[in-house]
Design a binder for this molecule. Structure first.
Ligand code: PMP
Length: 449
């Protein structure tokens, strides 16, 4: 009977038929549905699981929720917006908050990236930026510039453009031909294992861009797209000087540079953007996730004004579309309200500065795990950190999975993928909470068999 009660509460009343009906994204559906991990509430840094436990949110949702959960300011802004203007068409008509938010975002971006195109997600931001790049060159009479350059282990969402420029083989293998893209090598080098922060070695890998340009010719290349810190590929910080060199080469060869800052935007690296963190200004920056603290889906592409201006010039009668592109949910009023409330919180509570202060604390705690069994590498970048594991024979994902499940049973949510477990706590996390999660991670690794 007690067992039945535990089981019933663990399922939160969800039946097997209901579990079966939902084809879960990026999940081992069969394993999950035998042993569901259901979250039913959240406040600050903690989820409540269906079986009534407090679970520390070790990845800020999916890199979304740095300001912590259950923020009443965002809830109130969203509720008020729904009551006032729940939806409005974004094509040919507008609503005030999209313009207010766009102007406000331009101050979060490096100087000059002050024209904002809204999307509904990070994947849509990635494909939007690629389309803008091709259309921009076409507009300038350089319509042969259509190829893209991404990077191995890069992640740019799951739409066809994003998986084409992305460099995670599993995300591409099932889906056939994408758009024509070539890839720089990952900067994850064996000689950089266990480096704290940005590695010294690896800036030379930027020279591969010269090789690709020689091979394909700059007249055929539209843009390079990179995450300043590769998040989903396993928290891979850029080697010192690497991004600067990539930017120089792009500029010298008339190739646009797009930073995908869906993870690194709004504080994850302790700065407003990765561009600011590394002192490199690209032509476009893609954001999503933390823009609304994860509460409402939203993405955006911030463009240099010159890109926008190129579309506005010689565009025919002024009622004509300058760019045939946009989504039903572009600049959704409720998402705009959530984003404005999120920016208020980040600014008023100085959470970017707070995140910056956590960097050495996280770095010191995660690197204490060096030397534990099967640990093959430890990396950190801003408030993101990761531990990689030697693969079990034939089963690369097994150890990260085992560690993540052991963490879950101890009351911590962490993300596993590839050979890696990632931790990126909310910016509001306290030092004792960092002590708890990294020491629990150490215990879980020590218990691996
Ligand atoms: N780009 C990057 C760098 C990301 O990390 C992600 C999401 N993890 C995406 C794009 C895709 O965002 P979304 O899942 O909102 O489509």
């Amino acid at each position: 009977m007690a067992d039945q009660e535990t089981t019933a509460s663990k399922y939160a009343g969800v039946t097997q038929a209901q579990l079966d009906a939902h084809w879960m994204p990026y999940s081992g559906n069969r394993q999950f549905k035998q042993d569901p991990r259901l979250l039913v509430a959240a406040k600050d840094c903690f989820y409540t699981s269906a079986d009534g436990r407090q679970i520390f949110d070790g990845l800020s949702g999916l890199w979304t929720t740095g300001a912590g959960h259950g923020r009443s300011e965002i809830a109130n802004a969203v509720a008020a917006q729904i009551q006032q203007l729940d939806y409005s068409p974004g094509f040919q008509f507008g609503q005030p908050k999209s313009f207010i938010l766009a102007e406000r975002l331009s101050h979060w971006m490096p100087p000059g990236l002050n024209r904002i195109f809204f999307t509904g997600s990070g994947s849509e931001a990635a494909d939007t930026s690629l389309k803008i790049a091709r259309a921009y060159w076409r507009k300038l009479g350089k319509g042969t510039k259509t190829k893209f350059i991404g990077r191995a282990k890069g992640y740019h969402g799951v739409n066809f453009g994003g998986i084409s420029v992305g460099g995670l083989p599993a995300n591409r293998a099932w889906y056939g031909a994408g758009i024509e893209s070539y890839h720089l090598a990952s900067t994850l080098l064996p000689e950089n294992r266990f480096t704290r922060g940005e590695p010294e070695q690896g800036a030379h890998l930027a020279e591969q861009l010269i090789d690709l340009i020689q091979l394909h010719d700059a007249s055929n290349i539209a843009a390079v797209i990179l995450e300043p810190m590769a998040g989903s590929g396993g928290v891979i910080p850029p080697p010192k000087g690497y991004l600067q060199r990539i930017a120089e080469i792009c500029q010298a060869h008339d190739i646009l540079l797009i930073f995908d800052e869906v993870i690194t935007g709004f504080g994850r690296l302790g700065y407003k953007t990765g561009a600011e963190a590394y002192g490199v200004v690209p032509d476009m920056i893609n954001v999503a996730k933390q823009i609304t603290n994860g509460v409402i889906p939203m993405g955006a592409v911030a463009c240099k004004q010159g890109i926008y201006d190129a579309f506005m010039e010689d565009a025919g009668p002024d009622y004509q579309l300058e760019l045939p592109h946009g989504y039903t949910y572009s600049a959704h009023p409720v998402a705009c309200a959530a984003a404005l409330a999120t920016l208020d919180i980040l600014e008023q509570e100085q959470l970017i500065e707070r995140a910056h202060g956590l960097i050495p604390e996280i770095e010191q705690r995660v690197h204490q795990l060096q030397g534990l069994p099967y640990v093959s590498d430890i990396r950190n970048s801003g408030t993101a950190s990761a531990v990689s594991f030697e693969p079990a024979p034939g089963e690369p994902l097994l150890r990260p999975y085992q560690v993540a499940m052991a963490m879950w049973s101890k009351g911590f949510y962490v993300r596993y993928g590839g050979d890696t477990v990632a931790i990126a706590p909310p910016f509001i996390a306290e030092l004792n909470q960092l002590d708890d999660i990294y020491s629990a991670l150490g215990d879980c690794i020590a218990e691996l068999t």
